[in-house]
Design a protein around this ligand. Structure first.
Ligand code: ARG
Length: 459
C-alpha cells in the first residue's frame, strides 16, 4: 500500500478496505490527462515563484519520464497505489526525490481528479463527434446514390406512402447532425478549468488559474471552488447525448434487422458484418445491429447511474463521485465502438433496389395520391377517401394493385377516373410530386443533399 495520507493514522488500513477504496484499476486510463494537468500546474507554480524554476523543470522532466516508461512498458501501474494521482506522485518522488513532494502545492486530489476527468471526457466528446461526422459522410454517400431508389415509407410499420432510400437515410442524417450540435454545446459549457479550487475552498497560494486554464485549452477558470470539485453536470450532459446517439443507432438497427429479414429482403448486410448459426447452416444473422440495439440499454444505464449517484450529494467532494468513472468509461467506449461498427456495416450493405420498389408498388402506397386525383377532378376529399378505401378493399380481395385495374373497372367506383390516372398514381409521380422543402422528391432531396454537404464541409 502506497498512500498519500498516512500521517493522521495509527493503524494500517484493512486490506479489504484498501481494495474497496482504490480506483487505480480503472482511473489509470486518465494517466495522460493527469500528466498534462500536473505539467500545467508545475509550470504555473514555477512562473509565479511558488516553487523555483529548477524545481519546476525537474518535476516536469520527472512526470514525462514516468509517462514514457509506462507507455514503453518499463513501469507497471499496480494496485499498490490507491489511484492514478497517487501513482504519479509516489513515482515522481521516487524518481526526483524531495522536489517531487512540491508538485501538490496548492492542489488537492479533489480539483486534480475534477480536472483529469473533465479533460478525459472532453477528449471523448471530440472523438465521438469525429465518429459521427464519419458516419454522416457514409449516410450522405448512400443518399446521393439513391435519390430515385423507391421504397415504401411506413407508419405503424404499415406501408404508408412511397419515399426514396435517399430520403429515408437523410432522416438519420438529421438525427446524427443534431447529435453533433449537442456535443458542440457540451464542450462550450464544460470548457472551464477547475484546477485551483483546492480541496473545496480555493487555496492560500497565489495560483495563476487563468494561465493554467489557457495552457490546458480551456476558455478560462471556473468561478466557484465548491462547484468546481463537485460538478459532474458535463458528464451527465455527455451521457445524455450518448444515450440519444444510441437511441438513434438503435432505431436504425431495428430497421436494418427488419429490412434484412427474409420477408423484407430490402438489404443484404455484408458477410463481413454478419454472423452465422452453430446449428442452422442457412443462417446469416444481423448480430451487429442486434448488439448495438442491446448496448443502448447499457449506455442509458450509465446515465441513470450518474444521475442517481449525484442526486443526494451535499457540497463539496464526496467519495461517491469516484463512481462516476467506470460506467462512464464503459459508455464512452461502447458508443465509440458502435459508431465505428455502423460506419463499416452501412458502407458495405447492399440495397436491393428492385425489391424495395416492388414492395412500394404492392402496398397501396399510392392510395393517398389516388384520393388526391379525385379531389383534383372535383370530389371533396372526405368522399374521395371513402371511394379509394372501397377500391382498396376490392383490390385486396383480388390481390392486385389499384393501377392493375382497367379504366372501365375504375369508373365503377367513380366516374371521375380517366386514362391520366395511371400516370398520376405511378410510383414515380407519387414521389416526384412531393416538392415541398424537406419532401421526398428528387428535386427536394437534391437540395437537402447540397445543404448537408455544406454542413459537412466545415469538418
Ligand atoms: N480517486 C478519487 C476519485 O476518483 C480521487 C479523489 C480523491 N479525493 C479524496 N479526497 N479522497 O474521486
Amino acid at each position: 500500500m502506497a498512500q498519500l495520507w498516512g500521517g493522521r493514522f495509527t493503524k494500517e488500513t484493512d486490506e479489504l478496505v484498501y481494495k474497496f477504496n482504490a480506483s487505480i484499476n480503472f482511473d489509470k486510463v486518465m494517466i495522460n490527462e493527469d500528466v498534462e494537468g500536473s505539467i500545467a500546474h508545475a509550470t504555473m507554480l514555477a512562473r509565479t515563484g511558488i516553487i523555483s524554476k529548477a524545481e519546476g523543470e525537474a518535476i516536469i522532466e520527472g512526470l514525462k519520464s514516468i509517462l514514457n516508461d509506462v507507455n514503453e512498458g518499463k513501469l507497471e501501474i499496480t494496485e499498490e497505489y490507491e489511484d492514478i494521482h497517487s501513482f504519479m506522485e509516489a513515482n515522481l518522488i521516487k524518481r526526483i526525490g524531495d522536489t517531487g513532494k512540491k508538485l501538490h502545492t496548492g492542489r488537492s486530489r479533489n480539483d486534480q481528479v475534477a480536472l483529469d476527468f473533465r479533460l478525459y471526457t472532453k477528449k471523448n466528446v471530440l472523438l465521438i463527434k469525429e465518429d459521427i461526422v464519419r458516419l454522416l459522410r457514409t449516410i450522405l454517400h448512400i443518399a446521393e446514390d439513391n435519390t430515385v431508389t423507391y421504397m415504401p415509407g411506413f407508419t405503424h410499420l404499415q406501408k404508408a406512402q412511397p419515399v426514396t432510400l435517399a430520403h429515408h437515410m437523410l432522416a438519420y442524417f438529421e438525427m446524427f447532425k443534431r447529435d453533433v450540435s449537442r456535443l458542440d454545446d457540451i464542450v462550450k459549457r464544460m470548457n472551464y478549468s477547475p484546477l485551483g479550487a483546492g480541496a473545496l475552498a480555493g487555496t492560500t497560494y497565489p495560483l495563476d488559474r487563468d494561465f493554467v486554464a489557457k495552457e490546458l485549452g480551456f476558455d478560462g477558470p471556473t468561478l466557484n471552488s465548491m462547484d468546481s470539485v463537485s460538478d459532474r453536470d458535463y458528464l451527465i450532459e455527455f451521457l445524455s447525448a450518448l444515450s440519444t446517439i444510441m437511441m438513434h443507432l438503435s432505431r436504425l438497427s431495428e430497421e436494418m434487422i427488419i429490412w434484412n429479414s427474409n420477408e423484407y429482403g430490402f438489404i443484404e448486410i455484408d458477410d463481413s458484418f454478419s454472423t452465422g448459426s452453430s446449428i442452422m447452416p442457412q443462417k446469416k444473422n444481423p448480430d451487429i445491429c442486434e448488439l448495438v440495439r442491446g448496448k443502448t440499454g447499457r449506455v442509458y444505464g450509465a446515465l441513470m447511474s450518474i444521475l442517481t449517484t449525484m442526486k443526494g450529494l451535499p457540497l463539496a467532494y464526496n467519495k461517491d463521485m469516484q463512481e462516476d468513472k467506470e460506467v462512464s468509461f464503459d459508455a464512452f467506449k461502447t458508443v465509440h465502438d458502435c459508431l465505428v461498427m455502423y460506419d463499416g456495416m452501412l458502407s458495405t450493405t447492399k440495397f436491393n433496389k428492385d425489391t424495395m420498389a416492388l414492395s412500394a408498388v404492392k402496398g397501396f402506397t399510392n392510395a393517398t395520391d389516388a384520393a388526391d386525383y379525385l379531389v383534383k377532378k372535383g370530389m371533396p376529399f372526405r368522399d374521395a377517401h371513402k371511394v379509394i378505401g372501397e377500391l382498396v378493399v376490392f383490390c385486396i380481395s383480388k390481390n392486385i394493385a389499384i393501377d392493375d385495374l382497367k379504366i372501365d373497372e375504375l369508373k365503377k367506383f367513380s366516374e371521375l377516373f380517366d386514362e391520366d390516372v395511371y400516370e398520376e398514381i405511378s410510383l414515380k409521380t407519387c414521389v416526384e410530386k412531393r416538392l415541398t422543402a424537406g419532401g421526398c422528391s428528387e428535386t427536394s432531396v437534391l437540395k437537402t443533399i447540397e445543404a448537408e454537404k455544406k454542413f459537412l464541409n466545415q469538418f
